[in-house]
Design a binder for this molecule. Structure first.
Ligand SMILES: NC(=O)C1=CN([C@@H]2O[C@H](COP(=O)(O)OP(=O)(O)OC[C@H]3O[C@@H](n4cnc5c(N)ncnc54)[C@H](O)[C@@H]3O)[C@@H](O)[C@H]2O)C=CC1
Ligand SMILES: O=C(O)C(=O)COP(=O)(O)O
Length: 527
């Protein structure tokens, strides 16, 4: 039974799903060293924001197939390291959207009315109404940085509160912003015009320190900033200083550069103009059930050999597309494997041509599948859909993708050409109506054979007796032939022979085949 390590608190609903297919160990609060020590025995790791999955942990995880982040942000996972090692990283892109958006809205209103401090003072026996005269959000300008899932939900609610909305997000369309009632502006203008600024962007190298001293200096002295996105997007020291000096109106933070927040952080000593929560954006019962189920299902599926629906490091493999392309991915993998062997390894150029109805599809998964096949001789099970592109890049394999929808011999077919140690070789394959795969062309010789585990290819002169000789030679080595096909362009010209074999070819037989008069070349291929 596979083993799953759950290293952060996860709702029982997720653990129940994992338990159907794996031994589940919940061990929270482990140090990096402890994780490095125990990770080799696990097939999957399930986390939230509390576990930092470092390169060291990933490298030690020799059994690891999947890292599941029960939430959105994967900035605590070294995704490039996982990709290189062929480990799928999945998250739950929508499971906690509402929770995070509602937390940001709660922070905005609480900040405007000093609710945490007012509450604290009443509980401490006071009745102070003078100190807590707040501000209304109605008709104020809310600047939303990041108009994705959470930002959009915040926008809809803020609209209902009567706020004016402006947004900065270089990756969304004017139409989308318009639809949300938001005016798209540049970042500078957002900083200058906003009465409230709320952040809903991922932490990346571009967004780190986005709100620094320089940005703070552009803002209104009354601006209130809400960060329920990620720590490190705001320069905490600069923010604390601006608040202390009254250069901005307030800040509500849920996330911090270092979590837990340091005991001596200058943020902790701020007054009623600052609200701090301990990364509670996703902490609702509903969100925790959603993300736990979403990610546990994906871990279960990957452990069962099925694809994950929200992998962050498998390009282009979205569930709908995947379902449609699945038979073609198998075809691409078989053909990649075949052409790689025919080209004799050390492939420097792979041309992938999508033909017929296949030409209408996203080529990226097909190319990845072809590369996986191509590299599988060298890398065996170490290559998968996650790392095939990186491995190919590291080996300097150039890729050319083309499409030709007009080739309609079969509904959809795929043509691969590889330039390798043995020169240029090409293969074409198609899917038949019943989903069966056929190799339909090798080095431009038409054939029609299903791929099988053991295959023998020859290049020879089309002449009487050659097929019989090969047949009896294989028989003398006790190799059973499942099917045989000859492809030729002209009678008594050059030809190819493809044999599907039930048994592996024994040592030495290729040399014997090469001695048969008329044979120019012979290759064995294992798919
Ligand atoms: N506090 C908490 O507990 C939670 C925090 N989060 C954080 O919220 C973030 C956003 O989550 P979603 O809305 O679900 O993600 P999303 O992917 O739907 O939206 C992110 C938006 O940011 C935009 N963006 C990316 N780089 C940008 C840049 N440099 N400047 C401006 N916009 C940029 C993208 O175009 C996208 O529209 C997550 O990455 C995560 O870090 C998410 C859930 C809970
Ligand atoms: O989903 C996210 O990005 C979050 O920040 C939620 O973090 P958490 O799972 O509550 O530790």
């Amino acid at each position: 039974m596979p083993k799953v390590l759950v290293s952060d608190p996860i709702d029982q609903a997720g653990l129940d799903i994992l338990s159907q297919v794996a031994q589940v160990d919940v061990k929270t609060g482990l140090s990096n060293e402890e994780l490095v020590q125990i990770i080799p025995e696990y097939d999957a790791l399930m986390i939230r924001s509390g576990t930092r999955v470092t390169q060291e942990i990933i490298e030690a995880g020799n059994q690891l197939k999947i890292i599941g982040r029960a939430g959105v942000g994967v900035d605590n996972v070294d995704v490039p390291a996982a990709t290189r090692k062929g480990i799928v990283v999945v998250n739950s892109p929508e499971g906690n959207t509402i929770a995070a958006a509602e937390h940001a809205l709660a922070m905005m209103l609480a900040l405007s009315r000093y609710i945490p401090d007012a509450n604290h003072s009443v509980k401490n026996g006071k009745w102070d109404r003078k100190s807590y005269v707040g501000a209304e959000v109605y008709k104020k300008t809310l600047g939303i940085v990041g108009l994705g899932k959470i930002g959009s939900h915040v926008a809809a609610a803020a609209k209902a509160l009567g706020m004016k909305l402006i947004a900065y997000d270089p990756f969304i369309s004017l139409e989308r912003a318009d639809h949300l009632g938001c005016r798209l502006v540049d970042m500078d203008l957002l900083f200058r015009e906003s009465d409230y600024i709320t952040l809903h962007i991922p932490k990346t190298s571009e967004t780190a320190n986005l709100i620094n001293a320089e940005a703070l200096a552009k803002m209104k002295p009354t601006v209130r900033i809400i960060n329920c996105a990620r720590g490190g997007i705001i320069d905490e020291a600069a923010l604390a200083e601006a608040l202390k000096e009254g250069r901005i109106g307030g800040a509500a933070l849920d996330v911090y550069e270092n979590e837990p927040l340091e005991a001596d952080s200058p943020l902790r000593s701020l007054g009623k103009e600052a609200i701090l929560t301990p990364h509670l954006g996703a902490s609702t019962a509903e969100a925790q059930i959603n993300v736990a189920i979403d990610v546990a299902e994906q871990i279960r599926d990957v452990l069962l050999g099925l694809p994950a629906r929200s992998a962050v490091n498998i390009p282009g493999l979205y569930p709908d597309a995947l379902e449609k392309l699945r038979p073609y991915l198998q075809l691409a993998e078989n053909l990649g494997n075949l052409v790689g062997q025919l080209a004799g390894g050390r492939v420097e150029l792979l041309t992938v041509r999508l033909q017929g109805e296949l030409a209408d599809n996203n080529s990226q998964p097909i190319v990845v599948a072809a590369l996986k096949g191509l590299l599988s001789q060298a890398l065996r099970e170490r290559v998968n859909y996650v790392n095939a592109s990186i491995e190919a890049k590291e080996r300097g394999i150039r890729i050319i993708e083309t499409r030709d929808g007009s080739i309609r011999d079969y509904t959809g077919s795929l043509h691969l050409e590889a330039k390798g140690a043995l020169g240029d070789h090409s293969v074409t394959g198609a899917l038949l109506g019943d989903g069966e795969i056929r190799i339909t062309d090798i080095d431009e010789f038409p054939i029609n054979v299903p791929p099988t585990h053991h295959m023998l290819f020859t290049r020879h002169r089309d002449m009487p007796g050659i097929i019989g000789k090969i047949g009896s030679l294989l028989g003398s080595f006790n190799v059973n032939i499942a099917s045989m096909q000859v492809g030729r362009k002209i009678v008594r010209g050059d030809a190819v022979m493809v044999l599907s074999l039930d048994d592996p070819l024994p040592e030495g037989i290729l040399a014997e085949i090469m001695k048969v008069p008329g044979i120019r070349d012979a290759y064995t291929v294992m798919l």
